[in-house]
Design a protein around this ligand. Sequence first.
Ligand SMILES: NC(=O)c1ccc[n+]([C@@H]2O[C@H](COP(=O)([O-])OP(=O)(O)OC[C@H]3O[C@@H](n4cnc5c(N)ncnc54)[C@H](O)[C@@H]3O)[C@@H](O)[C@H]2O)c1
Length: 337
Amino acid sequence: MHILVTGGAGYVGSATAAHFLAAGHTVTVFDSLVKGHRAAVPDGAAFVKGDLGDPAALDVLLQTTQFDAVAHFAAFIEAGESMQRPGKYFYNNVANTNNLLQAVTRYGIKRLIFSSSAGVYASKDAPLSEDDPVGPASVYGETKLMIERMLNWYNRVAGLQFAALRYFNACGAMLDSDGTPIRGEDHHPETHLIPLTLQVPLGQRDAIYIFGTDYDTPDGSCIRDYVHIEDLASAHVLALEALGNGRERMIYNLGNGRGYSVREVVDVAREVTGRDFPAIETDRRPGDAAMLIASSELINDELGWEPRFPDLHDIIQTAWTWHTARPRGYDDQPAAP
Ligand SMILES: NC(=O)c1ccc[n+]([C@@H]2O[C@H](COP(=O)([O-])OP(=O)(O)OC[C@H]3O[C@@H](n4cnc5c(N)ncnc54)[C@H](O)[C@@H]3O)[C@@H](O)[C@H]2O)c1
């Protein structure tokens, strides 16, 4: 299949584009580079620099190239910022997705995979399954839920088959077969716990903050579910196959099935890096749930997906390998062999 990957110069999109290529598909990445990196786009994928806010650019691409499916990653992703600048998120995530969906249906593309998020759920202190109540705590989460609803309508009205994959915390780096890091996390600004923690032993940050140590969790810090980008990527390949086999509408959680606390992340990062760096315990942040863990039973039962890298040590090891090789992310040239 020829797959259009929006946001394929970003963290999860580029890893998934590489998996699509490895599975024998043809890939065209469409990315404005507003956040992503040209160097993240895998060799073998075509690259078109363009913005989903520019329907004419989409039109030109879809007129000239026949796509069988779309994997839609392009979005702004910072929940905190979305509470300061809601319009920025409704515009880029929702309105621009509508531009994409209009173009996709106009050109007769029937299959789409969407990067949704754990942020759609009303939190609860137990593993979340797909039929648990939704109730986003941020504008960002609301944009993801709005898009899921739009997809339901495009399915009913225009026959678009879709898979919405609700990722929990994407993490880790892709290494090639000899262990060389090829693709990893490089967000600006970085807001995710594992890369922020690793910035301390890298000398880029003085300490990592632990927000809240009095939650009702075994060690008092918040628990989150970390899912490796290789595992996220492989789920997209399976979802695409399922859409090819006639599935119409799929919504699946993607998590590793168990959570790790902030203290555990810091402890394992100290172990992996061999540095006893400082962590500062401070007050809770408003809006943080004690625990956010996925049940991924549904995708396991229906598509046979299971994470290959659920272990926190492996996750942090791959991330550390990436960050030490490229401390400034994609701005660093890879070290000469
Ligand atoms: N990273 C996570 O932990 C996580 C968790 C849940 C869901 N998600 C979702 O997964 C997707 C990818 O996340 P990521 O971490 O790879 O983010 P990212 O910022 O690394 O990648 C997003 C990419 O989209 C591009 N983009 C943004 N707006 C665009 C537009 N209007 N037109 C064209 N390109 C545009 C950016 O340049 C960037 O390359 C997002 O939709 C995000 O909401 C991510």
